[in-house]
Design a protein around this ligand. Sequence first.
Ligand code: NAD
Length: 287
Amino acid sequence: MSAGLIDGAALAREVYAALGDRLRALAGQGVTPGLVVVQIGEDPASNVYVRNKMRACEAAGLRSAVRQLPADCDEAEVLALVAGLNAEPATHGILVQLPLPAGLDAERITQAIDPAKDVDGFNWMNLGALVAGRARFEPCTPRGVMALLGRAGVPVEGSRAVILGRSNIVGKPLALMLVNRSATVTVCHTRTRDLERHTREADILVAAAGRAGLVTAAMVKRGATVIDVGINRDASGKLVGDVDFASVREVAGRITPVPGGVGPMTVAMLIENTVLAAERTAGVSGS
Ligand code: NAD
């Protein structure tokens, strides 16, 4: 039996459709949500991601702009740009596209973003609020995973969830979100012993390790939901996730493809967070 596909692009369209009323309410107050992406240097993958975000803003009816700096700029320039955007009323969301060129401290720069405009949810104020179960902005990728589970009707409460990866932007915040929704969560990483013993227990298995082919069919419990966050290139240059899709889909109950799974939903969550930021500034209540 082949797993049901969780179509991230289709589910993301549902998110955009649900934003329509909220955008109209904001427009009634003369407000169009605005996102500014700060891009430093010319990383080819970043160019693609930034372009996708701009397109999504345009399609959803948001204002968006890219502020570019050269790869050899110094940190003071970046911090000055961020400070200027923090003070700009029409900019509701600010995102610094990662990775940054060598020599720039990504942590110092992302922490300089006003927490009220931190639509990526990387600021420690926002991560701390998530720990306390009082999230203001949740990081887009783990929020996207939760949205996929919710919209695909995957039961979370009481489930066993296993996450491969413990990064501050995916694995750790996702673990908190799942715990806050009453899943029992195991977070695995490079030092985890006997990975398969953990993954085979999972009702929900999320791969966010950045290792092509890491998850094989033998590691998956029959009927489990498998969410593939990974983005890798295989030897032929093709985009692949962390999951060996062809074999795992014969065992899993539901599975996300790469591309077309977590990626589109991550972008949709960025748009949703930007709308939320604008609603808070305008004093309009959102969903
Ligand atoms: P990261 O490199 O910061 O973290 C990777 C994590 O995986 C680490 O905690 C590491 O311990 C763990 N890991 C690595 N190899 C492992 C192994 N063999 N077994 C168990 N754990 C292992 O990466 P990240 O920023 O969290 O991103 C993870 C992946 O998700 C990457 O492929 C990235 O490109 C992708 N990503 C996708 C989206 C999206 O929108 N689809 C967004 C963000 C990240």
